[in-house]
Write a protein that binds this ligand. Structure first.
Ligand code: GTP
Ligand code: MG
Length: 138
């Protein structure tokens, strides 16, 4: 069985969508194995988003992600990495398909940071790396 790291980002938290995101994860049939609300440190976010270092949206993204509480969750289930990515929808919430978290609940707010409610690991390697960052020793 597989594990993935899911984040409800500060926009999702501020809009009161944390429960809705967790509801969709559980309704899909995945299990929560770890759950925590916290304001992430910039240093941790640099590690989490290392693949995006140098891109124009990197610093605004880190600043946004450290701006308020985030819910971090580890979910478990067969092919849950791919499955949660499908639940989340496309990165751009304007283009994300209706039925997905971003498609149903997200939009463009005219800001330099793309606020898209959730993060989900994109491969088994990034899931292992990200789980170790957010829940060391799990
Ligand atoms: P995550 O699940 O958050 O990792 O999203 P993703 O995997 O769909 O996107 P990706 O890893 O490529 O980018 C990480 C985050 O950076 C996105 O979720 C957005 O918040 C932001 N981002 C990505 N691409 C862009 C972009 O072209 N412009 C802006 N402004 N933000 C972006
Ligand atoms: Mg990503």
């Amino acid at each position: 069985t597989e594990r993935s790291l899911v984040l409800v980002k500060p926009d999702g938290h501020a809009r009161g969508l944390t429960g809705e995101v967790l509801r969709r994860i559980e309704a899909k049939g995945y299990t929560l194995v770890a759950l925590e609300v916290r304001v992430p440190e910039v240093e941790m976010l640099h590690r989490h988003y290392a693949e995006h270092e140098g891109k124009p949206f990197f610093e605004p993204l880190v600043e946004f992600m450290s701006s308020g509480p985030v819910t971090a969750a580890v979910i478990e289930g067969e092919r849950c990495i791919e499955g949660f990515r499908a639940l989340a929808g496309a990165t751009d919430p304007t283009a994300a398909a209706p039925g997905s978290i971003r498609g149903d609940l997200g939009r463009d707010w005219g800001e330099k940071v793309q606020k898209n409610i959730v993060h989900g690991s994109d491969s088994p390697e990034s899931a292992a790396r990200e789980i170790d960052i957010w829940f060391p020793g799990l």
